[in-house]
Design a protein around this ligand. Structure first.
Ligand code: PLP
Length: 355
């Protein structure tokens, strides 16, 4: 096994499983290319990888399916603790493979999410005030049932599945200059950075209120952090995964923090200007560009991953655009894109209540 916890061969195996062996299970999501000026940005192109259109509404289906296809699934099926997109993706993948799926969700998971999981055929166990308690109960149950355990972000096949997203971008459009990636527990950025290595600049983005990777980098090792805010249901992992930590130490130079206001503004911009409905976690890339937290070069082709769309559509109600001055860019190598100069975003409407 590679010292990173993931090797190129793992990703190639994932590509083979998902693209060649079972191509009908996942969607090859579209890549939309816009000139920078279409977003009032001084860069050559902005690429939008429309992964919110993936089965189950997020990139997570890639990792869940890869984990399932790479292992023998016992009669007791698969099991996961997640109140969010990983649980939904696990249920969708289990349904596609016709295997039982048990999902442990904490009490704070919304009834809408529980209902969605049940609609997808999963057995839902509601337990524990927080995710960590649901996980504990899930692990106990897994030991008794022998079901295949799925982890939301820190399992080799899960990260390799996420990496297929990067491979798909390259196969469709070639190499971007930079890729802006939202980070929760790090499965997504771990996969993307493991694929691109140093061939594209991979930038980590987190909400200021959920700075899991950012604080780990400050501490020099993964630590538990407090998480809250607009995107916490998707980016609210308390601790960065080991695989993501190792990969990002080698391949990710920049870790930026973005305010909830900037994230919300970008989410609403995507809806009002492009008619793309995404959840807050998927809007961090645009938030980094529009707020000026990340400033691309004039000739740069920047790729944004619109990683999920599990949102209540009513949350895309319009109002006024909030100001973005409370973004907190962080630079580690002097790239012009990390100049903290704040950029005015065009006035627009903004909803009143975050989801
Ligand atoms: C829509 C969306 N984007 C990004 C992430 C972050 O992914 P990761 O936990 O692999 O960093 C998640 C995690 O659940 C998600 O649901």
């Amino acid at each position: 096994m590679s010292s990173l916890g993931i090797a190129r061969l793992d990703i190639e195996n994932a590509l083979h499983r998902l693209d060649v062996r079972r191509p009908q299970l996942l969607r090859r999501t579209p890549l939309m290319k816009l000139p920078g000026k279409a977003l009032s940005l001084d860069c050559a192109e902005v690429w939008l990888k429309l992964e919110q259109l993936q089965l189950g509404g997020s990139f997570k289906a890639r990792g869940m399916l890869n984990r399932m296809l790479a292992n023998e699934i016992p009669a007791s099926g698969v099991i996961i603790a997640s109140g969010g997109n990983a649980g939904i993706a696990a249920a969708v993948a289990a349904q596609a493979l016709a295997v039982p799926c048990e999902v442990f969700v904490p009490l704070l998971a919304s009834t809408a999410k529980r209902d969605r999981l049940r609609q997808l055929g999963a057995s839902v166990v509601v337990t524990g005030a927080a995710y960590s308690e649901a996980l504990e109960a899930c692990l106990l149950r897994q030991r008794a049932s022998g079901a295949l355990l799925l982890h939301a972000y820190d399992q080799l096949e899960v990260v390799a599945g996420a990496a297929t997203l990067a491979a798909e971008i390259e196969a469709t459009a070639g190499l971007p200059d930079s890729v802006l990636v939202s980070v929760g527990g790090g499965g997504l950025i771990g996969g993307i950075a493991a694929w691109f290595e140093h061939r594209a600049r991979v930038v980590a983005l987190e909400p200021t209120l959920a700075p899991t990777l950012f604080q780990a980098r400050q501490a020099g090792h993964p630590i538990d952090v407090l998480v809250s805010g607009i995107a916490a249901d998707s980016l609210g992992a308390k601790r960065i995964g080991e695989i993501a930590w190792n990969v990002s130490q080698r391949y990710v130079k920049d870790a930026l923090l973005l305010s909830d206001e900037a994230i919300r503004a970008a989410q609403l911009w995507l809806w009002s200007e492009l008619k793309l409905a995404v959840e807050p976690a998927a809007a961090l890339g645009l938030a980094a560009l529009q707020s000026g937290a990340y400033r691309p070069r004039a000739d740069e082709r920047v790729c944004l991953i619109l990683c999920g769309a599990n949102l209540d559509p009513a949350s895309l109600v319009v109002g006024r655009h909030p100001r973005s001055e409370d973004c907190h860019p962080r630079s580690e190598d002097g790239h012009p894109g990390l100049d903290p100069g704040s950029r005015a975003v065009p006035p627009m409407d903004c909803g009143s209540s975050p989801q």
